[in-house]
Structures are given as structure tokens and as C-alpha cells.
Design a protein around this ligand. Sequence first.
Ligand code: TRP
Length: 329
Amino acid sequence: MRRRVFSGARPTGRQHIGNYLGAIQNYVALQGEYECIYCIVDVHALTTLENTERLQSDIREMMLDWLAAGLDPEKSILFVQSHVPEVMELHTLLSMVTPLGWLLRVPTFKEKARMQPHNVNYGLVGYPVLMTADIVLYKAEVVPVGEDQVPHLELAREIVRRFNNLFGPTFPEPQPKLTSFPLVMGLDGAQKMSKSYGNHIELAASPAETLELVMTAVTDPARRYRSDPGHPEICNVFNLHRFFNPTRVEEIATECRTAGIGCVDCKRLLADGINSMLAPFREKRAALANNEGYVAEVIATGARRAQVIARETLAEVKEKMGLLWKPDV
Ligand code: TRP
């Protein structure tokens, strides 16, 4: 049997090229080798959201991007976390074997508590327990994530070990599978590409929007005049050429170093590269978006398939934890 992959991502709406290079591309590739389950974690989003007006449209936009990028509902289970509510039951049960001290030490908890001191809610503390429940509900062994999620997975393994010790072997210990892609920096060249910094390019942007955004990108600051030689190795626009103009990278580097091309020319080349590479994605996305009811159908099917596995695991957990009612004792 193929090994099982699970990954979750917060509903952040339309995805950008950093999301694609850092995560989605990897999700797509894993579909060939593993049985994959990919989930949009709407309940996790509630730990930091105070306004949920856009939650449903963010889920839909994100799923459209996933589908257009090649996540295939025939191959993988694609669903929304809260549509399989068994995960919340498992979260409660796992919380009984998770020492509070473990949770208070998690770096992301401390960071979020600092970022939202007015809203250090109970769910925020339990975030990694819910994440563990996501993974082990499907007995997934492999979890594609970024570096920042490694402490969460360590904790997941500790919870699993403790559960297995107390109640007998039940869950495999999930291992992170780190994406080998270098960090994708934002257009500001200062921080990683992220919607929250507003330094991103959406996959679904139009060619004109893409060009306009690329033109705002920060390049080598030492290159002030068109005739100054550039330093591609420190230039963020050049870094993006590696992904979007892979066959012309050497040529572009030479042209930059010799001031053969200016930054404006170079950005135009980048926008062309992005636009031609994403053209098939954009076409497919537009078609899917026009197909009324398609996303709803995909996530309903995903939830149904996920729930079959979830119910089986949860029944086993309850039995092992002594929660099965036996009228004859
Ligand atoms: N915590 C992850 C993030 O912020 C999202 C997530 C939730 C997740 N549940 C998961 C990732 C399960 C992997 C597996 O990116």
C-alpha cells in the first residue's frame, strides 16, 4: 500500500507565487508516489481571526488555485477541516494526554501570544494538538511542511508516543518532509513573500497586473544608474528568474553584470517569464471558476472520503481509551 501524506494549510485566499514554489508544487508532485490528503484548515484559522466575513470566499479561492495548479481530486483527498468534525473530537481526546507545559513551550504559541496579546485564547494553546489530530486521524506518516512547522511535528510525535504507550500502538509517528525550495522573497526584497506583508504576486493575477507588480520590485540597491553593473547574486528579481526563466538565467546574469540590460528591461523579462509559465494555470483556473458548483462538489466528495477514514480511527481511539459503553460490566 502507498504511504499516506497529510498536509494542512490555512485558508489565506488567493495563493501567490511564494505559496506555489514553497508548498503547492510539492503537494502536486507527491500525488504520484503517495496517497495524499490535503486540507484547508478553517478551524485553525479561527485561532487568529476575529473577523470571519471572508473565510468562505478565501476557502473557495484557495481551492481553485490548488485545483488549477494540479491537485487532482481523482488522486487525492481535498477537503475543508471543519467538514470532518471528527477531528475536533480527536483533538479533545488527545488534549488529555498532552501536558500543558509542552504546549506553552512551543515557539509559535509564544510568538502569537506576543502578536495578539488581547486574544490569547485557549484554542491558540491547543493549536498543535489540533494539528496532531489532523494528521493522526488519517494515520498519515509523511507531512510536507515548511521549516517553521518542524516544532509542531516534534510535538505531534511526542503526543503520538505518549498515546501509544498509554493505550497501545495506534498511530504512526509522523515525519516532516521539508520542501527543498529556497525561500521566496517578496517584491520588497526584505521579507519572505507573504500576503500579510502585501509584497506578493497572486498566481491568478492578470498579465498586466503581474507586470505592474514586478515593476515595483526592489533590485540591487547598488545599481543606481542604468550604466552601473549589477550584482545578480544579491538581487531578488534575479532570484525569481531562476524559477520563471530557467533557460535564460546565465544570459540574464551576464547582461546584468555588464549593464547590458537595465533593471527595467530585466523586470520586463521576469514578468514575461511569469506570465508565460502561469498562462496554462490561469486558463484552467478561469475555466474552473466558471464551472458553477465544481468546488463545492470537490470538497463535498473530499469530506465524504476523509470521513470514512476518520470514523474508523476515532472508533479505535475511543475503544482504546475505554470510552466504549459495555452494559454487561
Ligand atoms: N500549522 C500549519 C501552518 O500554519 C497548518 C496545519 C494545520 C498543518 N494542520 C496541519 C500542516 C497538519 C501540516 C499538517 O502552516
